[in-house]
Write a protein that binds this ligand. Structure first.
Ligand code: SF4
Ligand code: SF4
Length: 365
């Protein structure tokens, strides 16, 4: 059976009244009232954008989703998880400040920001999936604790996965830091001895005592450097953000296809936990080569087409890409990332039961 995907044409700079009308139509048709319960804590999952990013979902558009959830007597809050790499969103304090900077304040949007995996990441919830890459996946606690989730995704290209939208938003975006590391690398972190200043911060933050300062004299100024015991390391990646000298490195070695499959497995964990309580909106406007984790004002690489809504993350991503590619008159994502088979995340997602590649597109008249 085909999954239903609802679609409203829209473009960057569309008047706010028109965006509100379209958002309301999409949420109503996709079944928002079925998932929002009275007093239900309703997560609005999105990427706030890295510092300086301009492509992220517009806070004024997200406000329309807040208003619809509030009208149904739900309690909306914005959420995302901390990044794997060190940057402007790697802990809840910096992350919340960036969200505010990009307009996601209670004053503008009518909802608070709650970072999904806690202050430094680590607040997780395990879901059994029994798939090829993982038997179980670790998703951020706020996702598990929420009564319902509305996922707002900006359709973009991506340097590793070629295409990024709903599947990536929940698969990578609701994974804890340890979960993100599991998806990106099969190898544990290691210490770059030249960059290590022997401060011991990583030793304090490591939850398993896997890091030791050893007295190898590498220069006169430095007497000790950190060493990671691979057998004790559980790959939580806490040391990565604890280190202020960028001395802890991870290998971004996993192939694109493997990352996409692992991401789909994490997305399946989220869907399993939130079955019947999650819906997706994809914004295919200002489609950029890179995702919103890049701190820049990326130009658009394909025409704006509009907003999509569905309860099926595979179908909504497939429909979004198809409509963009029809307007572009070629595969826009293959053109910007020619070496990546971006559709593998959707094919594998369909294979493991995350969703359906066949969809019925229902357009707002
Ligand atoms: S990844 Fe986690 S467990 Fe491994 S060394 Fe770093 S802090 Fe310790
Ligand atoms: S926190 Fe970084 S610089 Fe300090 S000991 Fe650990 S690896 Fe070295």
């Amino acid at each position: 059976m085909k999954s239903k995907v609802f679609f409203a044409k829209a473009k960057k700079g569309e008047p706010l009244d028109s965006m509100r009308e379209k958002t309301c139509w999409l949420l109503e048709r996709a079944g928002l009232r079925k998932i929002v319960k009275k007093d239900g804590l309703t997560a609005i999952k999105l990427t706030f954008g890295d510092k300086g990013n301009t492509g992220h979902v517009d806070a004024r558009h997200a406000r329309f989703v807040v208003d619809e959830i509030s009208a149904l007597k739900g309690k909306p809050f914005f959420t995302d998880s901390n990044t794997l790499y060190k940057g402007s969103r790697s802990n809840a304090v910096d992350h919340t400040n960036i969200a505010y900077e990009h307009g996601f304040t209670p004053e503008i949007c009518g909802a608070p920001v709650v970072i999904a995996d806690g202050l430094r990441s680590g607040g997780d919830f395990e879901v059994k999936i029994n798939k090829k890459h993982f038997k179980s996946v670790k998703i951020a606690k706020a996702c598990a604790d929420a009564d319902a989730v509305v996922v707002l995704s900006h359709v973009t290209g991506h340097m590793v996965t070629g295409f990024a939208s709903a599947v990536k938003n929940i698969g990578m975006g609701f994974a804890t830091r340890a979960g993100k590391l599991m998806q990106h690398s099969a190898i544990k972190p290691n210490v770059n001895a030249k960059a290590c200043i022997g401060c011991g911060l990583c030793v304090i933050h490591c939850p398993t005592g896997a890091i030791e300062l050893k007295g190898e004299v590498l220069s006169e100024a430095k007497e000790k450097t950190a060493h990671i015991d691979e057998k004790k390391c559980i790959g939580c990646a806490d040391c990565l953000v604890a280190c202020r000298s960028d001395a802890i490195e991870i290998s971004w070695s996993e192939s694109s296809n493997n990352v996409q499959e692992k991401m789909a497995e994490f997305a399946l964990g989220v869907l399993k936990d939130k079955e019947g309580k999650i819906l997706f909106l994809n914004y295919a406007m200002k489609i950029t080569k890179e995702c919103d984790c890049l701190a820049k004002d990326d130009p658009a690489v394909a025409p704006d087409v509009g907003i999509f809504a569905s309860t099926d993350p595979v179908a909504i991503d497939k429909a979004s890409a198809d409509v963009v590619n029809n307007a572009f008159k070629a595969d826009a994502f293959k053109k910007i990332w020619p070496h990546i088979d971006w559709e593998s995340q959707l094919r594998y997602g369909a294979e493991i039961g995350l969703g359906n590649m066949d969809y019925e597109l229902i357009e707002m008249k």
